[in-house]
Design a protein around this ligand. Structure first.
Ligand SMILES: *Cc1c(COP(=O)(O)O)cnc(C)c1O
Length: 366
């Protein structure tokens, strides 16, 4: 099969370093060399999360399992959970929270708009949890998490950072994020399969003693990453919980190393420059952007399908003629919006030119 240019909402093309790591000889999950890689991975994850939380680790499952872990460990039966819903992933949060026994208050927004902080903060006088998606991949919108953190009061702030981590500014500790989850296949530039997770002491102390999920019980995962991951300067005490997906962790380690070698600020700036160039180019082509101006993500651009154009036919032609995949719209916008990701390794000027040229050709606007 030929190599694809993956510009959809995910997975994106991995960083070459992360791909090469998958071809290295496999390590055992208790090999000291692997344990070193795991420790370093957790440490690098703290940097990209912007946190000093000891409990920061890659969960062995995709981003959605990170979402499930966040709620199943913190929602006590009947807890009020306020969820900001401005797209598909906010909707998914309401479903997951409800299944964990929460009394969910969904604060609905028009798709394409950022989270209305005042409405979310005034939705209930004393919620147990306030949950929001930082970067809504379904709409291409970034929301103000710092403002939610400033006004959260006694509530825990639970944040989805799947499409923001290592792509746009993210400062978990400074912004008051108590717990959050991410994914590897978006801006981290690694294949799908792990959920970088972080939780602070405040949230961990309020956790459910025996959550309904055995696999995602954070109380049992301390031994999995080793006590060193939990106590600064502590000695690694590993207990078997499940077999670590060693190849995936090694790949994440390689991706994170590559990101931090470039520098997190430089990586954010590279995503911003690529997104700006793509959005300017699309508008120059006469196309209209979907996400509200001033709140557009650089790493995921939503653009309206022009009147009379068959959305699926364009995507098919891009794939067949250019090996280039862009995403359809989400939910009600499946046929009327395209989603173009510039994540991780794809956040580059040559990638922007390729997308713009291919789209102009297929649309006959060259
Ligand atoms: C992709 C994504 C998820 C889900 O991650 P999976 O790895 O597909 O399970 C959750 N939230 C957001 C914002 C996403 O973009």
């Amino acid at each position: 099969m030929r190599e694809r240019h993956l510009f959809g909402p995910g997975p994106s093309n991995p960083y070459p370093e992360a791909t090469r790591a998958l071809a290295e000889p496999l390590l055992g999950h208790l090999d000291p060399e692997f344990l070193r890689i795991m420790d370093e991975t957790c440490e690098m994850l703290r940097t990209v999360w912007g946190t000093s939380n000891a409990r920061t680790l890659p969960l062995s499952a995709t981003g959605s399992a990170g979402m499930e872990a966040a709620f199943v460990n913190t929602v006590h039966p009947g807890d009020v959970v306020v969820v900001a819903v401005n797209g598909l992933f906010g909707q998914r949060m309401t479903d997951v929270a409800a299944r964990c026994g929460a009394e969910v208050i969904a604060v609905e927004h028009e798709w394409g708009q950022p989270v209305d902080v005042d409405r979310v903060l005034s939705a209930h006088p004393s919620p147990a949890i306030i949950a929001a998606v930082h970067a809504e991949t379904s709409t291409g919108v970034r929301s103000d998490i710092a403002a939610l953190g400033a006004g959260k009061g006694d509530a825990l702030l639970l944040v989805d950072a799947v499409t923001s981590i290592a792509g746009v500014e993210l400062r978990a500790d400074d912004w008051g994020i108590d717990l959050g989850y991410a994914g590897t296949q978006k801006c981290l530039g690694v294949a799908p399969g792990l959920a970088p997770f972080t939780i602070n002491d405040r949230a961990f102390e309020r956790r459910v003693e025996k959550p309904r999920s055995w696999y995602l019980d954070l109380g049992m995962l301390g031994g999995y990453v080793g006590e060193a991951g939990l106590k600064e300067g502590g000695k690694a005490q590993r207990t078997y919980h499940h077999t670590a997906p060693t190849a995936m962790v090694a790949s994440l380690h390689a991706g994170l190393t590559r990101i931090l070698d470039e520098g997190l600020d430089a990586v954010w700036a590279r995503h911003q420059a690529a997104g700006d160039a793509l959005q300017t180019g699309l508008e120059a082509m006469g196309l209209e952007l979907f996400a509200a101006e001033g709140h557009r993500l650089p790493d995921l651009t939503t653009v309206k399908v022009p009147e009379g154009v068959d959305s699926a036919a364009v995507r098919r032609e891009l794939l067949e003629r250019y090996d280039l995949e862009i995403g359809a719209g989400a939910g009600a916008y499946a046929a009327s919006v395209w989603r173009i990701g510039l994540m991780g390794h794809n956040a580059r000027p040559d990638a922007v030119l390729l997308v713009l040229a291919a789209l102009a050709d297929v649309l006959g606007r060259a």
